[in-house]
Write a protein of this length. Structure first.
Length: 495
């Protein structure tokens, strides 16, 4: 591992994306951000969409800047994005309209319609995916009910990273970790559930072959190489296309009995297991079994994360009060314990809008006092999120039968020291935080393993541990969260 090797990774989140050049040298990896961009979305025709061609322009710009800064030669290129959303292309590769954003309202009511076709219990036993209104299966069902059903055009459905891989390489494949978010994949066979696809009435021809993460798709398209300055021999790999799958690859863990938390707009909390867990408890707790690398399954729960904080900040900015995230965290720290909490699983918190008002309304509806001030609002969210983590860990322990002794937290959300400390306090176990850039680090890790630059996942996690500063949080105010747990539960169950 002494020879220097470079990789290009694209990491796209719900708000922004980055093009990162990673350099692997002497058993360490370093990152250089060459391009940061908005993941463009638009309101069109009364619906919420991704501006996918604007995103493609950003991908091209990232490649151009990478070649300009580091030269044309790279070992591999890989992409990861958020889950569930897709692009439809016709048989000639043309995009069929703006792809829908997962927060669009078209899936409202679709879960009930889906369960009338395939009962909830059967769908979970087959696909093992957490029930969320925006899951791909519900999006496709909404499309199938349109008078002009684009699923019948005869093209291909490509999840977001799969489409960007197609733009880069010209190859249409479905990478397993991202395909698993659709609720249309069998986690045991690691292939499409053709029975589910048939029963929902979706044309099977639109689903491309599934490949494992780390599969070489081919070289970058000659036209793209010529336009960006990238060596035309550069390989495009299907990395762990789902951002959470990539984030888990970056966890510098060893041994057993650890859980992971990928913290950002969403919080993904779970464990890495060797086979899917499709029990009644897993379904009732609403856990998901998503694809991991090297035959693993990510058994996890999708939690709303820091989205309410982001929405509060946006609302206050629109009303003339600008705050950095660090300032909001300071205000919450100064506020002190609030002894007031909300159920972050309440559907009202999923959609954009006046988030401070939504929080205040929820507090009043549950018999709690809603005080004025940004610090109070943010503290309510952070304490509620820590309680949600506490509940989730206990559910994981119940389903797996294993006691969790350490939580590894990665992602941008770990920059909120107050939240990470609350997490350690609420769980009563140490939290090891880092790397912040967990998703892109894992994306690069898949490329490094697949290209032969690193031997295996264990060795990559050792590389991560050597390369990034990790911070350990020990439980402190355990009594606060333990002592108010019953009150928190009453808030969730308030009539």
């Amino acid at each position: 591992m002494t020879a220097e090797k470079r990789f290009i990774g694209f990491d796209l989140g719900a708000e922004s994306g980055r093009c990162i050049v990673a350099t692997l040298r002497d058993g360490r990896v370093s990152l250089d951000e060459v391009h940061r961009f908005a993941t463009h979305n638009i309101r069109y025709g009364g619906s919420f969409h991704w501006d996918i061609l604007a995103i493609v322009r950003e991908i091209v710009e990232g490649l151009t800047k990478a070649a300009k800064a580091f030269g044309p030669h790279f070992e591999a290129i890989g992409v990861d994005t958020w889950g569930v959303d897709y692009v439809l292309i016709d048989p000639e590769g043309r995009v069929l309209g703006y792809p829908y954003h997962y927060r669009d309202a078209r899936t409202d009511g679709m879960m009930a319609k889906a369960f009338a076709i395939v009962p909830k219990e059967e769908l979970y036993r087959t696909a093992g995916i957490q029930f969320q209104p925006f899951n791909t299966v519900f999006q496709l069902l909404a499309e199938s009910e349109r008078e002009l059903n684009l699923l019948n055009i005869g093209g291909t459905v490509l999840l977001m990273p799969d489409y960007l891989n197609y733009v880069l390489s010209g190859v249409k494949k479905a990478e397993f970790t991202i395909a698993s978010t659709t609720s249309l994949v069998n986690p045991r066979t690691r292939d499409w559930s053709w029975d589910l696809i048939d029963r929902f009435g979706f044309p099977g021809s639109i689903f491309p072959p599934i490949v494992e993460p780390g599969t070489r798709l081919g070289a970058i398209l000659p036209s793209l190489a010529a336009g960006t300055g990238i060596d035309p021999a550069t390989a495009v790999y299907a990395s762990a296309g789902h951002d959470t799958a990539s984030a888990v690859v970056s966890v510098p863990a060893c041994g057993a009995n650890w859980a992971f938390l990928s913290s950002g707009t969403w919080s993904l909390m779970g464990v890495e297991v060797t086979s899917p867990l499709l029990t009644d408890d897993a379904m009732n707790f609403n856990f998901t079994n998503e694809g991991g690398i090297r035959g693993t399954t990510r058994f996890l729960k999708n939690i709303i994360g820091l989205w309410p904080v982001q929405e509060c900040r946006r609302y206050w900015a629109e009303n003339g009060r600008e705050f950095s995230y660090a300032h909001l965290a300071d205000l919450a720290r100064e506020e002190g314990p609030v002894e007031a909490w909300v159920d972050l699983n309440d559907p009202r918190f999923l959609k954009p809008g006046d988030m401070p008002l939504k929080i205040a309304s929820c507090l009043r509806e549950t018999g709690q006092a809603a005080r004025e001030g940004e610090g109070f609002v943010i503290r309510v969210v952070l304490e509620s999120l820590a309680y949600t983590y506490r509940t989730t860990i206990r559910e994981i322990e119940q389903v797996t039968g294993a006691k969790i002794v350490t939580l590894h937290a990665v992602g941008g959300g770990i920059q909120n020291d107050l939240l990470v400390q609350f997490t350690a306090d609420a769980l009563g176990i140490p939290v090891l935080a880092g790397p912040v850039e967990g998703t892109i680090v894992g994306n690069i890790g898949v490329l490094a393993i697949a290209s032969g630059a690193v031997a295996d996942l264990r060795m990559w996690r050792e590389v991560v541990g050597r390369s990034f500063s990790l911070k350990r949080y020990l439980p402190g105010e355990i009594a606060y969260f333990a002592g108010h747990a019953a009150e928190y539960e009453r808030c969730l169950n308030h009539a």
